[in-house]
Design a binder for this molecule. Sequence first.
Ligand code: COA
Length: 264
Amino acid sequence: MKLPLFQNLLLEVENKICLLTINRPDKLNALNNAVLDELSEAADFVETTDEISALIITGAGEKAFVAGADIAELSALNEDSGTDAAEKGQDIFNDIESLSKPVIAVVNGYALGGGTELALASHIRVATQNAVFGLPEVSLGLIPGYGGTQRLPKLIGRGRALELILTGRMVKSEEAGALGIANYVLETKADALAKAKELIGMMTKHAPIALSGAISAVVAAQDYEAEDGFTIEANIFGDLCATDDFKEGTGAFLEKRKPVFTGN
Ligand code: COA
């Protein structure tokens, strides 16, 4: 099998398991457009390659899974391009969630914003001890735009999801496990990868057609209510991209200072 080559992703296949590593460690694996395009291509490759029966997604290095959407790129968005950007991220993450093969996120280190959203789009999350989840978009004058407002409440309940989305606070691995964001918490990345492979072994001994049927049915149950919600999320994300507070929030991050919000 010929594996596609990417600039920002590493793909390996062993024992029919594809290990996809987001590989932009100098920016803590932040999702810029190039990474998103490659993720989309990689998801298609996994779906259409018979020699692959499951996917593990992780981040390069020990420090971060994915530290979010790329804030430098976000800062240039306006109302229209903001809505488009959210819809693009949603589409790719929906494709990942809808893959007909099991997808496990091995969450090593920071999984913030789009990182938590990518983990939420995966079917199962196995975290390392140093994993940190969070949806800090409000600190940038934004809301989660890659499906986080839709998936987190479904996973952990509306009250707990709203607390995390409105405070933007970071959740360490132990709490993430207690909340049900992480299915398992393991000491090291090697342990977490081993756990993910063990789970995949337990799944792939079963009928592949039953696995894909189960995924479709569970995803359909979620989409039943969420379809409109995704559109609302993308539109609000776009509206916020036209505000002063968004410019201040993203500008402050890039200038490494605290934002001063005015409500405009
Ligand atoms: N987008 C773009 N660049 C990012 C990024 C993001 N989401 N997250 C981190 N980076 C970059 C930093 O700008 C820095 O780049 P530089 O070395 O060129 O200055 C590099 O990655 C290392 O990050 P740094 O902030 O110096 O590391 P830290 O250990 O001090 O802090 C975090 C780690 C994760 C707490 C911090 O990077 C952070 O808050 N990131 C943004 C998280 C976020 O709001 N994500 C949601 C986006 S919607």
